[in-house]
Design a protein around this ligand. Sequence first.
Ligand code: ADP
Ligand code: MG
Length: 412
Amino acid sequence: MINNIFFIIFPILLYQMFGALGKRNFFVSHRVTLTILFSISIILCMVFPYQIMTDQYIFDLRQVPMIVGALYGGPLVSAILFLVSAVGRIAIGGDGMYIAILNQFVVALGVPFLRPLYMRINRLEKVGLVFVVSILSLSFNAVAGYFLFGDPFHDVVGIWLMLMLNQGAIISLAALLIEHILRQEYLLSSLVKHEKLETVSNFAASVSHELRNPIQSIKGFVQLMKEHEYSRDKQLEFYDTMLSEIKAADQLIEDYLVFAKPVFAKLETVSVKTEVEHVVKVLKPFASWQKVEIQLLKNGGDAHILADRQKFHQALINIIRNGIEAMPAGGTFKIQIKQSASKVAIILMDEGIGMSKEEVQRLGEPYFSTKSKGTGLGMMVAYSIVRQMNGEIGVHSEKGKGTVFNVEFPLV
Ligand code: ADP
Ligand code: MG
């Protein structure tokens, strides 16, 4: 029985270990993975069944992934899980085969109808519902097996009640576990969203400030041309300057909008250098507003890593933004990309206020902030994104001197 419980819990935990940030609603929207994981559960449960109370009755917990899978995945997942368990059950053969397959069919057909209801109710009601479904399914087995196939009616109290409590408890546990994981993901992704909104609104002021320059310069030229008569050559020169100012303003808005826009997660191979350059561009208005110059130190290599572009930007922006904010009197923020045989490191250096050992240790802890208007979420988001990308963040900081972040990723 412990084996069976393990086969059910393990794929769910496996998902939690590998589930990527932002894959919210995984059990609802990643049906393929769900189907594969639960099919493995079903097969393992059937291959290693257990006996309950007496030698005559062999039992396994395959109904748990079937019911839970149908509830979270819907009709198609349910149909595939039915096929897997039916084929498995036929392969095992034996007396109870027909009733078992009939039962699986009824479960696979009926449970998806409960899905809309299931998605609406709260956690406790969900646990109650899966418990009831599980008991109904076992009762169906007992009663239909007896009447339709003349299966022996095992001792009701001794076996069926035990089975019902047994399977009911485990299916409730599985549902609770999934709900718990979903809730954690929901919280994490809303924190990420919150942090991004915070950054976006924080940048808005600096972007509009930065837009003032090209607009002022265009305004100046228009006034000049209105007041004086210029030669055609001079005019053309003015037009060119104005055009390039307009282009710069346009590009600024474009970069900002691309950053602000929410997009769906997509993993792709990206060039570290190109992405870092893009991030520098997005941060430039904010940096110059804080009198900070961002320097991207020259280097040769063009390393590629696997990343969700937007998330990668977000992680870098959160770290660099902290560095800029750590230099209230302005300064230089240096970025260097270093490639080794299997890794690429992005080194982010500020010459700001630095951190004490305790502060470095608390970095990444949610809501840890030393700023009056800080959220304390930026580093938590950065750490979780980098971890999802199989990367690592190293920090070296000295109070009053500055901070170096070393963000490493494996190469593709
Ligand atoms: P917030 O920026 O909203 O305060 P973060 O999670 O981004 O939240 O950062 C948490 C805290 O870590 C900051 O309040 C600051 O004290 C410290 N910190 C992060 N990066 C740096 C840095 N480059 N230099 C100095 N302190 C930093
Ligand atoms: Mg921050």
